[in-house]
Structures are given as C-alpha cells and as structure tokens.
Design a binder for this molecule. Sequence first.
Ligand code: TRP
Length: 333
Amino acid sequence: MSKEIVLTGIKPTGKVHLGNYIGAIKPALQMAGTGSCSALYFIADYHGLNFIQDRKEFNELTYGIAATWLALGLDPERVIFYRQSDVPEIFELQWILSCLTPKGLMNRAHAYKAIHEQNMQAGADADSGVNMGLFTYPVLMAADILLFQSGKVPVGKDQIQHVEIARDIAEAFNRNYGDTFRLPDYIAPEHTAVIPGLDGRKMSKSYNNTIPLFEPADNLKKLISRIKTDSTPPHEPKDPDTSNIFLLYQEFATPGQVQDFRSRYLSGISWGEAKQELFQVVNSALEEPRKRYNDLMASREQIDAILDAGARKARAMAAPVLEQVRYRIGRYR
Ligand code: TRP
C-alpha cells in the first residue's frame, strides 16, 4: 500500500516569528520527519499574489519563506518541497474545478465573506478591494490538494473551511465524472498553546508584538528583554505556569533545563535573570538555523536547485492524475 499523502501549502509572508515556528513549522517538520507518510510541502506563491503585488517584495518573500523552512531542517530528500508556480498542472486543474464550483460556495468562504461584510457595513461597494484571486482562492487551494490525491492536509484553524471546500469540490467532480479524487481531511491543532508576544497577547504580526526568528543575536536579546512581566520583586518566588518567559523557554529547552528553570522560579529568580536564560536557550537553538538562513538567502541558486528538484518530483506525481482528469471530462482522442 502506498503511503498516505500529507500536503500543505506555505504562504509567503513577512518575517517569520517565534509563534509561527512553534505553532506551525515545528509540528509540520516533526510530522514529515517520522517517515510514516509522503510529505509534500510547497510555497504557495501564486496564492500570495492576490495580496503581494510589488514584484521585489513578492520575490523576496518567496525566497525568504523557502530559506526559512530549509534552514529549520526541512529535508528535501524526505519532503517534496516545491514552488506552486513551478507546477503548471495545478493551474489547469484549477480551471477545470472552477467550472464545477458553484459561485455561491465562494460567496460563503470566510475570507471573502469577511471583506464583503465589512464593505456593507462601511456603506462601500460590496466587492470593493476584492480581486478574483481572492474570490477564487479556495479553488486554487482545492487544485493544490486534489492534484496529489492528498489524504491529510495540516492547516491552521483558519484554513479548515478551505479544506472542506476542497472536499466539496472533489465530491462534485466524482459525482459527475465517476470516482477520481480522494477526499482530503484536514489536520488542525486542537489545543495549541497560545504563544505570547512581547506584550503578553498572542504573538501576531497584526499586534506588532513578535520576536522574529532570524533576528541577529543582539536584537534578539533586546526584544526578549522587552517581554512584559509583572512587578513581583526580584527575590520572591514566581509562578512558572503563568509566566510567558517560562512558556517560551519550554519550547526551546531540554526537559532537564526546564526542570531546573522551574525550581529557580520557585526559589525566586529575578525577571532579568529569567530573560537572560530565555535568551540563551533561544539563541543557541536558533544560531545554526540563522546562519543557514543567511547563507541560503545569499546564494539563491541553492534554493532554486532544491525547489526545481522538488517541482520535478511533484510534476511526475501530478501528471497521471491530470491525465486521468482530462480523460474523465472528455478530453481524449
Ligand atoms: N491557504 C493556506 C494559508 O493561508 C496556504 C495554502 C495554499 C494551503 N494551498 C494550500 C494549505 C493547500 C494547505 C493545502 O495558510
């Protein structure tokens, strides 16, 4: 029996931060590392095009996100790692699927619906600021998923609906043309710890409270020193389980270090010392990846070579599926 296909797309976004790493990248790399599935991870660059329309930025963000995953240990021998736009089969399938997708289904997709509602409330044109890329985003995502007969799709909570839409579209195709696509399931984190940002709220670009992953060491230190703490005096015992510093520490330290750190909290560590310790573990975990990231960004042909090889593998998997789809819709000789 062939292994289950696990596929996920990575949107090119700005600086990746600790929250992205802990919440999404680390678990995805762990899942790929077990070897129990065939993992396909790709840079969803053409999904990004609907909101990044500056050519330099588009280019930088695409390489940046690819370098990030490689630097953090994505092994291209184990994971088929490619750039979406290098696989033209996806876009042909997208068109075919579009023709089987009721427009109403897209009207209900939450990203579009949210903008639409905002516009209505503001008394603006209902579709102001909406391009067709945004509107049909879920069809492209369905093509990404279905083209590889993916079984499992790891996503954040906000993407569950899109995987369900992919499933609906697959069902519509199968109903009309006979069983063709495997129906995908999502895997979403059930209760991921909320990774706190500098101000204690969830670490998020939109709150401007992030610690970027590949910050130079001195900046990293400065940022960590800005993490908000309470006013417990230096020598008083502190509760590790309500401490943001402790929470972050756990993500980077060994169990032994965590034990140790816990007892220092109980015997009264100062916040200054706690931050210093946090900096040490985070920095030593990220030192090597940071260097690899900088090396990769300085020689992009290395990134290209890896993504090109990934795209060749992905296209080889996609070709027979697309061939079958074409046959099913009546495009045969
Ligand atoms: N839409 C996803 C996001 O915003 C990225 C993505 C694109 C994706 N294609 C995908 C995720 C296919 C899973 C499967 O994060």
